[in-house]
Ligand binder design. Structure first.
Ligand code: HEC
Length: 169
């Protein structure tokens, strides 16, 4: 079946409209998502270690697939300039960073503790829920491949183990 670009633009523009109207994160109240103070047992060193493995193994994957929204990738996809799409993406970027800002590496900024962020990541990898489907619709190869998922999952589990062993439950 051949899907014309026009059809895609339409679908995308419509989904933007829906997305803008529905709260992107199912009515969660940001004020309830206060960042819990990090446990004092979490050693800086542990987090640094996790960040090192993030930088070498995970960042190269996230750079092209996640950081458009969760970081400061200045490169925007071609369709960002389409009417409606720009607003929608800017809205998503704002939203994405509020939840999890990966600009400065691990630990990510946002409302979650390092452990919560890893758990949330694990969930999105498991459900293939990121990037959002509207984005995948326009950007065929934007989802994580199964090889990439394996690498990311391994890093998540390793990092969660490190945090647990470090006494930060
Ligand atoms: C088109 C923009 C966009 C891209 C690209 C994108 N995200 Fe997101 N992400 C969002 C938005 C918007 C939210 C907040 C709303 C929601 O949860 O759907 C979010 C939320 C999340 C959350 C939940 C954070 C929390 O606080 O629970 C995780 C984890 C996440 N993204 C991971 C990823 C990963 C990993 C990738 C790359 C594979 C990615 N995202 C790519 C827009 C994006």
């Amino acid at each position: 079946m051949i899907i014309s670009k026009q059809t895609l633009y339409m679908a995308f523009a419509m989904s933007c409209f829906i997305n803008l109207n529905a709260s992107a994160h199912k009515g969660e109240d940001h004020s309830k998502l206060k960042k819990a103070p990090d446990s004092s047992v979490t050693s800086e060193k542990l987090l640094e270690e996790i960040n090192e493995s993030y930088t070498s193994k995970i960042k190269p994957i996230f750079k092209s697939k996640c950081l458009d929204c969760h970081g400061s990738n200045n490169h925007m996809p071609w369709y960002h300039s389409l009417p409606g799409v720009k607003q929608m993406m800017n809205h998503d970027i704002e939203e994405a960073k509020e939840h999890m800002d990966m600009t400065k590496g691990f630990p990510f900024a946002g409302h979650g503790t390092p452990k919560e962020d890893l758990e949330a990541l694990k969930e999105t990898v498991k459900l293939s829920s990121m990037p959002p489907w509207q984005y995948k619709l326009m950007h065929w190869d934007s989802g994580l491949t199964s090889e990439e998922k394996k690498i990311v999952n391994q890093w998540i589990n390793e990092s969660l183990n490190k945090l647990s062993n470090g006494g930060n439950k």
